[in-house]
Ligand binder design. Structure first.
Ligand SMILES: [Zn+2]
Length: 301
């Protein structure tokens, strides 16, 4: 078998393309290679790789108005890392430029790649819930706004290190009951679209962490019920809602597959299930293709 070093060494410019066939395109400058897909759909995550022959003092990734400064890891005499990006439900179709700035030994290299974003139409879903879950009292509304701030702060985490590794863990084995992106109506009234996936599970079913990371927020929230937010690093945060019980604490590091708590029916629900959300650089994305391994790189050597 050819060694990783020899393999990469034999592919000076097109390494990104040849070594990672799941990626459709690669841009290179000064020996650095950026590999990313050429097209993605609204509500999808995608994985990007940077390979740099020299140590980078600073890496700046810009995508859809968001910025990330990921750390590149030394591997076999070069520096590299994977990170995830995504396209939120609100994005319009068109070409968007992914830009990576690498500052190495007094030189700044810029790699860019055009990514085509396509839109799709999501079906409607009509649900019946308690009145107080659609028309909030002043007290409940104040509570909701306070909680929204905490959640926003958790999703705004941009830890430069990557804690996640593939393969990712499906938190519960149950099948999907509500898809990502559904245009929702509660008691006949339009509300925010479904920015996660609902997975079937009886009350008490253990919920596993999607990947390694730091528990950054836990609590009981008006709509989400008992919920846990885990920061997987480099802008990836997962969230688990409607739990009957929480088994972890804020500030705790968890490994992939570690039990975070149990399935329940707390918050705005029609019955026990797990609402699983995945955010990449602030964009909520569909986790189902990732559970299926679609476009997910192998990060373990
Ligand atoms: Zn849900």
């Amino acid at each position: 078998m050819i060694s990783r070093r020899a393999f990469l060494g034999s592919l000076p410019v097109m390494a990104g393309w040849c070594a990672f066939p799941a990626l459709a395109s690669a841009a290179s400058a000064g020996g650095a290679v950026l590999s990313a897909p050429e097209s993605v759909s609204v509500g999808e995550a995608f994985f990007v790789k940077i390979v740099c022959p020299r140590e980078a003092r600073r890496v700046k990734v810009s995508w859809l108005g968001e910025e990330l400064s990921p750390v590149l890891r030394p591997i076999d005499g070069h520096y590299e890392n994977w990170f995830a990006l995504g396209v939120g439900l609100g994005a319009k179709a068109g070409g968007y430029r992914l830009r990576v700035e690498l500052a190495t030994q007094g030189k700044t290299q810029v790699l860019t790649q055009l990514v085509q974003v396509s839109t799709r139409t999501f079906p409607e879903q009509h649900l019946k819930v308690a009145k107080k879950m659609v028309h909030l009292s002043k007290e409940s509304l104040d509570r909701h706004y306070r909680e929204k701030k905490l959640m926003k702060a958790a999703l705004a985490r941009r830890s430069p290190e990557r804690f996640w590794d593939s393969p990712f863990v499906r938190p519960v084995p149950g099948s999907m009951s509500s898809a990502f992106g559904l245009r929702r109506f509660f008691n006949g009234e339009p509300r925010a679209p479904h920015r996660g996936v609902d997975l079937r599970g009886a009350k008490g079913t253990p919920i596993k962490a999607f990947a390694a990371g730091e528990v950054v927020l836990t609590g009981n929230f008006y709509f989400s019920g008992n919920a846990v937010f885990v920061d997987h690093g480099q802008g990836m945060v997962s969230l688990y809602c409607h739990m009957s019980h929480i088994d972890v604490k804020e500030g705790q590091f968890v490994s992939a597959g570690q039990i975070l708590g149990q399935v329940g029916s707390t918050g705005r629900v029609t019955g026990p299930h797990l609402h699983f959300g995945l955010s990449v650089m602030g964009n909520m994305v569909d986790a189902m293709p990732i559970f299926a391994g679609k476009g997910v790189p192998t990060t373990r050597e």
